[in-house]
Design a protein around this ligand. Structure first.
Ligand SMILES: [Zn+2]
Length: 175
């Protein structure tokens, strides 16, 4: 049981609106509870299981709302680690290499130690090597080139990137 729990830690579940549109991501345990409350239906599962005291359950990777919830997809996407990685397409914005979720970190372009904020405009996906190299410096001070200017994407944009990434993501986390 312990092993299964550890394996499932950190896994997220995609929540789709009733029309199939991307809504958000929640922890798989939250998704599991929503299934039990019949607020969502499972669509896809990870290839791992979760064992409760009495039963074994499949861990949901995608769930869909039982009822449609109106949502404005032109509004800005909520800021979170996962959405920043999606915006940057899981590419370190300094060395340009692609990394899986668990090997990326959030870099404050203007260093946090000097008042840099945790916002869309001041945060990029960054690998641990580049993060170490940059230290508490701006890209200019560290003589590192930022590959793209960080911006705040719409939910629509994040959703389209999410759809593109979903297959890769599912493959990566089940390895
Ligand atoms: Zn890098």
């Amino acid at each position: 049981m312990k092993r299964n729990r550890r394996k499932g830690r950190g896994l997220t579940t995609v929540v789709l609106n009733n029309n199939g549109g991307f809504l958000s991501k929640v922890s798989w345990l939250r998704a599991f509870h929503l299934i039990q409350l019949q607020r969502v239906l499972p669509v896809e599962y990870y290839e791992i299981t979760y064992r409760s005291a009495t039963e074994e359950h499949h861990v949901p990777s995608v769930v869909i709302l039982s009822r449609y919830v109106p949502y404005d997809y032109d509004q800005p996407a909520p800021f979170c680690r996962e959405n920043v990685f999606l915006r940057d397409q899981f590419v370190c914005q300094y060395c340009g290499r692609h990394f899986p979720y668990n090997r990326l970190t959030l870099d404050h372009v203007f260093p946090r130690s000097r008042g840099g904020k945790l916002t869309w405009e001041n945060t990029v996906a960054c690998c641990s090597n580049c993060n170490l190299e940059k230290e508490n410096r701006t890209p200019g001070e560290a003589k590192m080139i930022l590959l793209s200017k960080p911006y705040r994407p719409s939910l629509k944009k994040v959703r389209s990137l999410e759809i593109r990434q979903r297959e890769n993501l599912a493959t990566r986390v089940t390895v």
